[in-house]
Design a protein around this ligand. Structure first.
Ligand code: C2E
Ligand code: CA
Ligand code: CA
Ligand code: CA
Length: 275
């Protein structure tokens, strides 16, 4: 038994060490990356499901790592959130997103920016958004802040005040990945939410029996509560037509456009539609 325990230890120790080292490296890397301009944003259009006309864009973070190449947010956000680096990183992303929005023309549509729960719990978040809007010269009504469902579940005073503050300023609020968390209708009614983003898992399953009924139910909820709807992850024409038929008015996904660099946005906006 002793021999077995020893062997087990030897086998697991190197694994533990590797993951700890990688985690620390990533934290230091993130800090250095932010200080040396390794992050940038790409933007994905939100379109009218029926016409393909662009009504908004969503800003998404990318990290151009000197050795690892392009790293996506799913890889670095967990570390950024756990280490608190999401605070300066998220601040940068918001300011940069608004600068880029201002650099397109005045007719450019709304811009969606993802804001993490960690950022939303900071006492100064409303002032930060107000300052970033003023610095970029962007009207608050052109900003959509995307939040996760889990944030609403916490129901704490700080978050409630922050949402009310943003809403009072004229900023729109969207619930991201809707349907994957546990938000009840009660929460939706008691928070000043404007937009629900239907998670891509529902869109992916649209051709399976029963799934259409789920999307149909979400459409009805949105109508009842007078909320706008955006379906995420639309990759195929049959998904677009199904969503259109179900009354989901807005959509986003590779069918219309992948996320593009800021410099490519004016050309996208110049097109009458993305169909
Ligand atoms: P999300 O907000 O749900 O963003 C949608 C994700 O789906 C993006 O992944 C996008 O590139 C991807 N996507 C777009 N169209 C399609 C499609 O047709 N099919 C499929 N399968 N995927 C599609 P991405 O860019 O890797 O971002 C992952 C997540 O990272 C985002 O999920 C968001 O939660 C988070 N994120 C991104 N940027 C930021 C940021 O600036 N701040 C914060 N806090 N989170 C961010
Ligand atoms: Ca989002
Ligand atoms: Ca989403
Ligand atoms: Ca997501």
């Amino acid at each position: 038994a002793k021999e077995e325990g020893k062997r087990r230890w030897r086998r697991f120790e190197p694994l533990l060490q590797t993951s700890m080292t990688e985690r620390l490296e990533t934290r230091a890397d993130l800090e250095a990356g932010l200080a040396t301009g390794q992050f940038h944003l790409v933007h994905q259009p939100v379109v009218e499901t029926g016409t393909g006309r662009v009504v908004a864009l969503e800003a998404l973070l990318r990290w151009q790592h000197p050795e690892r190449g392009l790293v996506g947010p799913d890889e670095f956000l967990p570390v950024a959130e756990a280490t608190g680096l999401i605070v300066p990183l998220g601040r940068w992303a918001l300011q940069q997103a608004l600068r880029e929005l201002a650099s397109w023309d005045g007719a450019a549509p709304r811009l969606h920016v993802n804001v993490s729960a960690v950022q939303m719990r900071l006492p100064g978040v409303v002032d930060e958004v107000r300052d970033a809007l003023a610095a970029a010269g962007v009207a608050p009504g052109r900003l959509v802040v995307e939040l996760t469902e889990s944030l609403l579940l916490e129901d704490d005073r700080v978050v409630r005040d922050a949402l009310a503050g943003l809403k009072g300023m004229g900023v729109h609020l969207a619930i991201d990945d809707f349907g994957t968390g546990y938000s009840s209708l009660g929460y939706l009614r008691s928070f000043p939410v404007d937009i629900l983003k239907i998670d891509k898992s529902f869109v992916r399953g649209l051709d399976e029996p029963g799934q259409e009924a789920l999307v149909d139910a979400i459409v009805r909820i949105a109508r009842t509560l007078d909320l706008e709807l955006v379906a995420e992850g639309v990759e195929r024409e049959d998904q677009r037509t199904a969503l259109d038929r179900l009354g989901c008015t807005h959509a986003q996904g590779w069918l219309f456009s992948s996320p593009v660099p800021a410099a490519a946005v004016p050309a996208l906006l110049a097109r009458p539609d993305l169909l």
